[in-house]
Design a protein around this ligand. Structure first.
Ligand code: S3P
Length: 441
Protein backbone atom coordinates (compact mmCIF):
# COMPACT_ATOMS: atom_id res chain seq x y z
CA UNK A 1 0.00 0.00 0.00
CA UNK A 2 1.13 3.54 -0.78
CA UNK A 3 0.49 6.79 1.10
CA UNK A 4 0.56 10.12 -0.74
CA UNK A 5 0.98 13.60 0.61
CA UNK A 6 -2.31 14.83 2.15
CA UNK A 7 -3.61 18.40 2.19
CA UNK A 8 -5.08 18.20 5.70
CA UNK A 9 -6.09 15.51 8.19
CA UNK A 10 -9.20 16.75 9.98
CA UNK A 11 -12.25 15.50 11.82
CA UNK A 12 -13.54 13.75 14.89
CA UNK A 13 -13.27 9.97 15.23
CA UNK A 14 -13.31 7.07 17.66
CA UNK A 15 -10.65 4.40 17.58
CA UNK A 16 -11.33 0.73 18.39
CA UNK A 17 -10.84 -0.67 21.89
CA UNK A 18 -7.50 -1.01 23.61
CA UNK A 19 -5.69 -4.19 22.62
CA UNK A 20 -4.06 -4.85 26.00
CA UNK A 21 -7.32 -4.45 27.89
CA UNK A 22 -9.23 -6.54 25.33
CA UNK A 23 -6.90 -9.54 25.70
CA UNK A 24 -7.23 -9.31 29.47
CA UNK A 25 -11.02 -8.97 29.43
CA UNK A 26 -11.32 -12.24 27.49
CA UNK A 27 -8.85 -14.13 29.66
CA UNK A 28 -10.02 -12.89 33.04
CA UNK A 29 -13.68 -13.13 32.04
CA UNK A 30 -13.01 -16.72 31.04
CA UNK A 31 -11.53 -17.38 34.49
CA UNK A 32 -14.35 -15.67 36.40
CA UNK A 33 -17.36 -17.24 38.04
CA UNK A 34 -20.59 -16.21 36.35
CA UNK A 35 -21.12 -14.07 33.27
CA UNK A 36 -20.00 -10.64 32.23
CA UNK A 37 -20.44 -8.43 29.22
CA UNK A 38 -17.56 -6.62 27.55
CA UNK A 39 -18.29 -3.49 25.53
CA UNK A 40 -15.83 -1.92 23.12
CA UNK A 41 -13.77 -5.10 22.71
CA UNK A 42 -11.16 -4.77 19.97
CA UNK A 43 -12.18 -7.12 17.16
CA UNK A 44 -8.76 -7.46 15.54
CA UNK A 45 -6.92 -10.66 14.66
CA UNK A 46 -4.71 -10.71 17.76
CA UNK A 47 -7.64 -10.45 20.13
CA UNK A 48 -9.83 -12.86 18.13
CA UNK A 49 -7.05 -15.43 18.56
CA UNK A 50 -7.27 -14.96 22.32
CA UNK A 51 -11.06 -15.40 22.17
CA UNK A 52 -10.61 -18.63 20.19
CA UNK A 53 -7.99 -19.87 22.65
CA UNK A 54 -10.18 -19.17 25.68
CA UNK A 55 -13.08 -20.99 23.98
CA UNK A 56 -10.82 -23.96 23.28
CA UNK A 57 -9.95 -23.92 26.99
CA UNK A 58 -13.63 -24.19 27.93
CA UNK A 59 -14.82 -20.59 28.47
CA UNK A 60 -18.19 -19.76 26.96
CA UNK A 61 -17.65 -16.71 24.75
CA UNK A 62 -20.29 -15.24 22.47
CA UNK A 63 -20.22 -12.16 20.25
CA UNK A 64 -23.48 -10.27 20.67
CA UNK A 65 -22.89 -7.20 18.51
CA UNK A 66 -20.23 -4.70 17.46
CA UNK A 67 -17.60 -4.90 20.20
CA UNK A 68 -20.13 -6.46 22.58
CA UNK A 69 -19.19 -9.87 23.89
CA UNK A 70 -20.69 -12.06 26.61
CA UNK A 71 -18.33 -14.32 28.55
CA UNK A 72 -19.26 -17.04 30.99
CA UNK A 73 -16.16 -18.11 32.83
CA UNK A 74 -15.09 -21.51 34.10
CA UNK A 75 -13.84 -20.15 37.47
CA UNK A 76 -10.20 -19.69 38.51
CA UNK A 77 -8.44 -23.00 37.85
CA UNK A 78 -11.54 -24.41 36.13
CA UNK A 79 -10.49 -24.37 32.47
CA UNK A 80 -10.12 -27.63 30.58
CA UNK A 81 -7.63 -29.36 28.28
CA UNK A 82 -7.93 -28.05 24.68
CA UNK A 83 -8.16 -30.63 21.90
CA UNK A 84 -5.77 -28.91 19.46
CA UNK A 85 -2.78 -26.52 19.55
CA UNK A 86 -3.63 -22.90 20.40
CA UNK A 87 -2.70 -20.63 17.47
CA UNK A 88 -1.92 -17.05 18.50
CA UNK A 89 -0.99 -15.80 15.04
CA UNK A 90 1.08 -12.60 15.48
CA UNK A 91 0.15 -11.91 19.14
CA UNK A 92 2.87 -11.79 21.78
CA UNK A 93 0.50 -10.58 24.50
CA UNK A 94 -1.99 -13.39 23.94
CA UNK A 95 0.76 -16.01 23.95
CA UNK A 96 2.61 -14.79 27.01
CA UNK A 97 -0.46 -14.16 29.13
CA UNK A 98 -2.04 -17.52 28.26
CA UNK A 99 1.13 -19.21 29.52
CA UNK A 100 0.25 -17.81 32.96
CA UNK A 101 -3.29 -19.17 32.61
CA UNK A 102 -2.12 -22.63 31.53
CA UNK A 103 0.51 -22.75 34.29
CA UNK A 104 -2.16 -23.18 36.98
CA UNK A 105 -4.12 -25.94 35.25
CA UNK A 106 -3.36 -29.62 35.04
CA UNK A 107 -3.13 -29.67 31.23
CA UNK A 108 -0.65 -29.99 28.37
CA UNK A 109 -0.95 -27.43 25.61
CA UNK A 110 0.92 -26.70 22.41
CA UNK A 111 1.24 -23.02 21.45
CA UNK A 112 1.90 -21.98 17.86
CA UNK A 113 2.09 -18.72 15.90
CA UNK A 114 3.24 -17.00 12.71
CA UNK A 115 6.87 -16.46 11.65
CA UNK A 116 7.17 -13.21 13.62
CA UNK A 117 5.75 -14.67 16.84
CA UNK A 118 7.84 -17.83 16.42
CA UNK A 119 11.01 -15.78 16.54
CA UNK A 120 10.17 -13.88 19.73
CA UNK A 121 11.73 -14.80 23.09
CA UNK A 122 9.46 -16.73 25.46
CA UNK A 123 12.12 -17.57 28.06
CA UNK A 124 11.37 -14.30 29.86
CA UNK A 125 7.93 -15.71 30.76
CA UNK A 126 8.82 -19.40 30.96
CA UNK A 127 11.63 -18.89 33.47
CA UNK A 128 9.50 -17.48 36.30
CA UNK A 129 6.60 -19.81 35.45
CA UNK A 130 8.97 -22.80 35.63
CA UNK A 131 9.94 -21.67 39.13
CA UNK A 132 6.23 -21.84 39.98
CA UNK A 133 5.85 -25.37 38.59
CA UNK A 134 5.23 -25.10 34.84
CA UNK A 135 7.00 -27.68 32.69
CA UNK A 136 8.27 -27.02 29.19
CA UNK A 137 8.37 -30.19 27.10
CA UNK A 138 10.77 -28.83 24.48
CA UNK A 139 14.03 -28.85 26.40
CA UNK A 140 15.70 -25.48 26.53
CA UNK A 141 14.10 -24.03 23.38
CA UNK A 142 12.36 -20.76 24.18
CA UNK A 143 10.54 -19.94 20.96
CA UNK A 144 7.23 -21.23 19.55
CA UNK A 145 6.10 -23.84 18.79
CA UNK A 146 6.22 -24.89 22.43
CA UNK A 147 4.40 -27.51 24.44
CA UNK A 148 3.88 -26.66 28.09
CA UNK A 149 2.37 -28.56 31.00
CA UNK A 150 0.69 -26.77 33.88
CA UNK A 151 -0.11 -27.99 37.37
CA UNK A 152 -2.97 -27.54 39.80
CA UNK A 153 -0.42 -27.07 42.60
CA UNK A 154 1.57 -23.99 41.62
CA UNK A 155 4.09 -22.45 44.01
CA UNK A 156 4.03 -18.71 44.75
CA UNK A 157 7.23 -16.78 44.02
CA UNK A 158 8.85 -13.38 44.50
CA UNK A 159 10.29 -12.32 41.15
CA UNK A 160 12.26 -9.27 40.11
CA UNK A 161 11.64 -8.53 36.44
CA UNK A 162 14.91 -8.59 34.45
CA UNK A 163 13.21 -6.63 31.63
CA UNK A 164 10.51 -3.95 31.90
CA UNK A 165 7.67 -6.03 30.48
CA UNK A 166 3.98 -5.89 31.35
CA UNK A 167 3.53 -9.20 29.58
CA UNK A 168 5.98 -10.95 31.89
CA UNK A 169 4.54 -9.24 34.96
CA UNK A 170 1.02 -10.20 33.90
CA UNK A 171 1.80 -13.86 33.19
CA UNK A 172 3.26 -14.21 36.70
CA UNK A 173 0.33 -12.41 38.36
CA UNK A 174 -2.18 -14.55 36.46
CA UNK A 175 -0.40 -17.72 37.55
CA UNK A 176 -0.26 -16.19 41.06
CA UNK A 177 -4.08 -16.23 41.15
CA UNK A 178 -3.89 -20.02 41.18
CA UNK A 179 -0.82 -20.48 43.44
CA UNK A 180 -0.89 -21.35 47.14
CA UNK A 181 0.04 -18.14 48.93
CA UNK A 182 1.17 -14.70 47.79
CA UNK A 183 3.12 -14.03 44.61
CA UNK A 184 5.09 -10.79 44.24
CA UNK A 185 6.49 -9.19 41.09
CA UNK A 186 9.08 -6.45 41.51
CA UNK A 187 9.55 -3.95 38.74
CA UNK A 188 12.23 -1.30 38.23
CA UNK A 189 10.08 0.82 35.94
CA UNK A 190 6.31 1.00 36.00
CA UNK A 191 4.85 -0.93 33.07
CA UNK A 192 1.20 -0.86 31.97
CA UNK A 193 -0.97 -1.84 34.91
CA UNK A 194 -4.15 -3.14 33.26
CA UNK A 195 -3.75 -6.62 34.74
CA UNK A 196 -3.59 -5.28 38.28
CA UNK A 197 -6.56 -2.96 37.73
CA UNK A 198 -8.80 -5.52 36.07
CA UNK A 199 -8.02 -8.35 38.47
CA UNK A 200 -8.75 -6.04 41.41
CA UNK A 201 -11.99 -4.95 39.73
CA UNK A 202 -13.03 -8.60 39.40
CA UNK A 203 -12.39 -9.24 43.08
CA UNK A 204 -8.79 -10.49 43.34
CA UNK A 205 -6.58 -9.23 46.14
CA UNK A 206 -3.81 -7.17 44.53
CA UNK A 207 -1.51 -4.77 46.42
CA UNK A 208 1.01 -2.35 44.98
CA UNK A 209 3.68 -0.76 47.16
CA UNK A 210 7.06 0.88 46.78
CA UNK A 211 10.02 -1.17 48.09
CA UNK A 212 13.00 1.12 47.88
CA UNK A 213 13.44 1.82 44.19
CA UNK A 214 11.29 -1.12 43.14
CA UNK A 215 7.54 -1.35 42.71
CA UNK A 216 6.14 -4.49 44.31
CA UNK A 217 2.88 -5.96 43.06
CA UNK A 218 1.52 -8.75 45.24
CA UNK A 219 -1.37 -11.03 44.41
CA UNK A 220 -3.11 -13.47 46.73
CA UNK A 221 -3.40 -17.05 45.49
CA UNK A 222 -6.40 -19.40 45.58
CA UNK A 223 -8.30 -16.42 44.25
CA UNK A 224 -11.79 -16.12 42.90
CA UNK A 225 -12.88 -13.74 40.18
CA UNK A 226 -16.47 -12.59 39.87
CA UNK A 227 -18.12 -11.68 36.58
CA UNK A 228 -18.57 -7.88 36.31
CA UNK A 229 -19.14 -5.95 33.10
CA UNK A 230 -16.09 -4.37 31.46
CA UNK A 231 -15.88 -1.28 29.23
CA UNK A 232 -12.82 -1.11 26.97
CA UNK A 233 -11.62 2.45 26.21
CA UNK A 234 -10.11 3.51 22.86
CA UNK A 235 -6.56 2.32 22.21
CA UNK A 236 -3.97 5.10 22.68
CA UNK A 237 -1.49 3.13 20.58
CA UNK A 238 -3.92 3.22 17.63
CA UNK A 239 -4.92 6.85 18.25
CA UNK A 240 -1.21 7.71 18.09
CA UNK A 241 -1.17 7.36 14.28
CA UNK A 242 -4.10 9.73 13.78
CA UNK A 243 -2.65 12.24 16.22
CA UNK A 244 0.75 12.03 14.55
CA UNK A 245 -0.80 12.61 11.13
CA UNK A 246 -2.61 15.71 12.41
CA UNK A 247 0.54 17.08 13.99
CA UNK A 248 2.63 16.49 10.84
CA UNK A 249 0.28 17.54 8.03
CA UNK A 250 -0.19 21.34 7.80
CA UNK A 251 -3.70 22.69 8.33
CA UNK A 252 -4.92 19.64 10.29
CA UNK A 253 -7.05 19.25 13.38
CA UNK A 254 -8.16 15.84 14.66
CA UNK A 255 -10.05 14.86 17.80
CA UNK A 256 -9.94 11.22 18.82
CA UNK A 257 -12.67 10.53 21.35
CA UNK A 258 -12.68 8.24 24.36
CA UNK A 259 -9.00 7.30 24.41
CA UNK A 260 -7.31 5.56 27.34
CA UNK A 261 -4.86 8.00 28.93
CA UNK A 262 -3.68 5.85 31.85
CA UNK A 263 -0.24 7.27 32.67
CA UNK A 264 1.47 3.91 32.11
CA UNK A 265 0.41 4.34 28.45
CA UNK A 266 0.60 8.06 27.69
CA UNK A 267 4.34 8.69 27.24
CA UNK A 268 3.91 9.37 23.51
CA UNK A 269 1.51 12.24 24.18
CA UNK A 270 3.77 13.73 26.87
CA UNK A 271 6.65 13.60 24.41
CA UNK A 272 4.65 15.27 21.64
CA UNK A 273 3.78 18.10 24.04
CA UNK A 274 7.46 18.49 24.95
CA UNK A 275 8.23 18.74 21.23
CA UNK A 276 5.88 21.69 21.03
CA UNK A 277 2.95 19.84 19.47
CA UNK A 278 -0.52 21.26 19.95
CA UNK A 279 -1.97 18.15 21.61
CA UNK A 280 -4.54 18.49 24.41
CA UNK A 281 -6.53 16.06 26.54
CA UNK A 282 -10.12 17.30 26.68
CA UNK A 283 -13.00 16.12 28.79
CA UNK A 284 -10.82 13.86 31.00
CA UNK A 285 -12.95 11.36 32.90
CA UNK A 286 -12.91 7.92 34.49
CA UNK A 287 -14.65 5.08 32.68
CA UNK A 288 -14.65 1.47 33.85
CA UNK A 289 -11.77 2.10 36.27
CA UNK A 290 -9.50 3.71 33.65
CA UNK A 291 -8.67 7.35 32.80
CA UNK A 292 -10.12 8.37 29.45
CA UNK A 293 -10.02 11.63 27.47
CA UNK A 294 -10.70 13.06 24.02
CA UNK A 295 -7.37 13.89 22.42
CA UNK A 296 -7.25 16.94 20.16
CA UNK A 297 -4.23 17.41 17.92
CA UNK A 298 -3.43 20.25 15.51
CA UNK A 299 -0.59 20.66 13.05
CA UNK A 300 2.41 22.08 14.82
CA UNK A 301 5.95 23.36 14.52
CA UNK A 302 8.08 20.79 16.31
CA UNK A 303 11.47 20.74 17.97
CA UNK A 304 13.66 17.74 18.71
CA UNK A 305 13.86 16.45 22.30
CA UNK A 306 15.58 13.76 24.30
CA UNK A 307 13.15 11.02 25.34
CA UNK A 308 14.54 9.46 28.52
CA UNK A 309 14.75 5.68 28.87
CA UNK A 310 12.50 5.70 31.98
CA UNK A 311 9.66 6.77 29.72
CA UNK A 312 10.07 3.83 27.34
CA UNK A 313 7.58 1.43 29.02
CA UNK A 314 4.79 4.04 28.79
CA UNK A 315 5.23 4.47 25.02
CA UNK A 316 6.97 1.29 23.95
CA UNK A 317 4.66 0.68 20.98
CA UNK A 318 4.77 4.31 19.82
CA UNK A 319 8.47 4.73 18.93
CA UNK A 320 8.05 4.00 15.20
CA UNK A 321 5.41 6.71 14.85
CA UNK A 322 7.27 9.09 17.15
CA UNK A 323 10.31 8.62 14.90
CA UNK A 324 8.10 9.57 11.93
CA UNK A 325 7.01 12.74 13.75
CA UNK A 326 10.64 13.52 14.69
CA UNK A 327 11.50 13.60 10.97
CA UNK A 328 9.79 17.00 10.82
CA UNK A 329 11.12 18.39 14.11
CA UNK A 330 13.81 21.01 14.17
CA UNK A 331 17.03 19.42 15.39
CA UNK A 332 17.75 16.06 16.88
CA UNK A 333 15.32 13.75 18.66
CA UNK A 334 17.19 11.23 20.77
CA UNK A 335 15.12 8.25 21.93
CA UNK A 336 17.01 6.47 24.67
CA UNK A 337 16.90 2.96 26.11
CA UNK A 338 15.15 1.09 23.29
CA UNK A 339 16.59 -2.41 23.81
CA UNK A 340 13.08 -3.88 24.16
CA UNK A 341 12.16 -2.60 20.69
CA UNK A 342 14.43 -5.25 19.21
CA UNK A 343 12.12 -8.07 20.41
CA UNK A 344 8.75 -6.74 19.29
CA UNK A 345 6.79 -8.05 16.27
CA UNK A 346 9.99 -7.23 14.38
CA UNK A 347 13.31 -5.72 15.38
CA UNK A 348 11.54 -2.38 15.49
CA UNK A 349 14.66 -0.40 16.19
CA UNK A 350 16.25 -1.57 12.93
CA UNK A 351 12.98 -1.53 10.95
CA UNK A 352 12.25 2.06 12.02
CA UNK A 353 15.73 3.35 11.24
CA UNK A 354 15.74 1.62 7.83
CA UNK A 355 12.25 2.89 6.97
CA UNK A 356 13.32 6.44 7.72
CA UNK A 357 16.58 6.14 5.81
CA UNK A 358 14.95 4.81 2.62
CA UNK A 359 12.69 7.87 2.75
CA UNK A 360 15.55 10.33 3.02
CA UNK A 361 15.33 10.98 6.76
CA UNK A 362 18.56 11.21 8.77
CA UNK A 363 18.27 8.42 11.35
CA UNK A 364 20.87 6.36 13.12
CA UNK A 365 21.03 3.71 15.78
CA UNK A 366 23.48 4.52 18.54
CA UNK A 367 23.64 1.51 20.88
CA UNK A 368 20.10 1.17 22.27
CA UNK A 369 19.20 4.69 21.19
CA UNK A 370 17.56 5.96 18.04
CA UNK A 371 18.57 9.40 16.84
CA UNK A 372 16.50 11.20 14.22
CA UNK A 373 17.57 14.55 12.82
CA UNK A 374 14.54 16.37 11.57
CA UNK A 375 14.18 18.69 8.57
CA UNK A 376 11.54 21.00 7.15
CA UNK A 377 10.55 18.37 4.59
CA UNK A 378 10.52 14.59 4.24
CA UNK A 379 11.71 13.34 0.85
CA UNK A 380 9.72 10.07 0.84
CA UNK A 381 9.77 7.88 -2.27
CA UNK A 382 10.92 4.76 -0.43
CA UNK A 383 9.48 1.28 0.03
CA UNK A 384 9.47 0.10 3.63
CA UNK A 385 9.86 -3.54 4.68
CA UNK A 386 7.27 -4.18 7.40
CA UNK A 387 8.63 -7.55 8.63
CA UNK A 388 5.14 -8.75 9.72
CA UNK A 389 4.92 -5.74 12.03
CA UNK A 390 1.62 -3.80 12.03
CA UNK A 391 3.08 -0.76 13.75
CA UNK A 392 5.87 -0.40 11.20
CA UNK A 393 3.25 -0.51 8.43
CA UNK A 394 1.07 2.16 10.07
CA UNK A 395 3.96 4.42 11.11
CA UNK A 396 5.30 4.63 7.55
CA UNK A 397 1.90 5.08 5.92
CA UNK A 398 1.51 8.00 8.34
CA UNK A 399 4.93 9.35 7.33
CA UNK A 400 3.84 9.22 3.69
CA UNK A 401 0.99 11.66 4.37
CA UNK A 402 3.56 14.35 5.09
CA UNK A 403 6.30 13.37 2.60
CA UNK A 404 7.04 14.95 -0.78
CA UNK A 405 7.02 11.65 -2.67
CA UNK A 406 4.71 8.66 -2.00
CA UNK A 407 5.77 6.16 0.69
CA UNK A 408 5.03 2.48 0.12
CA UNK A 409 4.86 -0.31 2.70
CA UNK A 410 5.34 -3.83 1.38
CA UNK A 411 2.61 -5.44 3.50
CA UNK A 412 -0.38 -3.52 4.80
CA UNK A 413 -2.34 -6.74 5.45
CA UNK A 414 -0.58 -7.15 8.79
CA UNK A 415 -2.38 -4.01 10.08
CA UNK A 416 -5.46 -6.20 10.66
CA UNK A 417 -3.74 -7.77 13.66
CA UNK A 418 -4.51 -4.65 15.70
CA UNK A 419 -6.34 -1.90 13.75
CA UNK A 420 -8.18 -3.03 10.63
CA UNK A 421 -10.07 0.30 10.54
CA UNK A 422 -6.78 2.24 10.15
CA UNK A 423 -6.91 3.01 6.42
CA UNK A 424 -10.67 3.65 6.48
CA UNK A 425 -10.50 6.08 9.41
CA UNK A 426 -7.47 7.87 8.02
CA UNK A 427 -9.14 8.18 4.62
CA UNK A 428 -12.24 9.67 6.30
CA UNK A 429 -9.94 12.28 7.83
CA UNK A 430 -8.36 13.15 4.47
CA UNK A 431 -5.54 10.65 3.96
CA UNK A 432 -4.69 9.35 0.51
CA UNK A 433 -3.81 5.67 0.31
CA UNK A 434 -3.56 3.42 -2.71
CA UNK A 435 -3.86 -0.34 -2.52
CA UNK A 436 -1.47 -2.27 -4.79
CA UNK A 437 -2.88 -2.59 -8.28
CA UNK A 438 -5.42 0.24 -7.85
CA UNK A 439 -5.12 3.35 -9.97
CA UNK A 440 -5.37 5.65 -6.94
CA UNK A 441 -7.10 8.99 -6.91
C1 S3P B 1 1.66 -5.36 26.22
C2 S3P B 1 2.90 -5.06 26.71
C3 S3P B 1 4.01 -4.57 25.88
C4 S3P B 1 3.53 -4.05 24.53
C5 S3P B 1 2.54 -4.95 23.90
C6 S3P B 1 1.33 -5.13 24.80
C7 S3P B 1 0.63 -5.85 27.14
O1 S3P B 1 4.92 -5.63 25.66
O2 S3P B 1 4.62 -3.87 23.66
O3 S3P B 1 2.10 -4.42 22.66
O4 S3P B 1 -0.56 -5.87 26.78
O5 S3P B 1 0.98 -6.26 28.26
P1 S3P B 1 6.07 -5.98 26.75
O6 S3P B 1 5.41 -6.37 27.99
O7 S3P B 1 6.83 -7.12 26.14
O8 S3P B 1 6.88 -4.73 26.85
Amino acid sequence: MTARRATAISGEVNVPGDKSISHRALMFGGMATGSLRVRGLLEAEDVLNTAAAMRALGADIERQGDGVWRITGAGVGGLSQPQAPLDFGNAGTGTRLIMGVIAGHDMTVQLIGDASLSSRPMGRVLNPLKQMGLEVLDGTRDTLPLTIRGTASLLPIDYELPVPSAQVKSAILIAGLMARGETTVLEHEATRDHTERMLRYLGAEVRTEQRGRLRAITIAGDAELVGRDIVVPGDPSSAAFLVAAAVMVPGSEVTVKGVLVNETRSGFYTTLQEMGADVTFLNAREEGGEQVADIRARSSQLRGVTVPSERAPSMIDEYPVLAAVASLAQGETRMQGLAELKVKESDRLAATAEGLQVNGVAAEIDGDNLVVTGAAQIAGGGTVATHLDHRIAMAFLTLGLAANEPVTVDDAGIIATSFKEFTGLMTELGAKFEAPGSSGQ
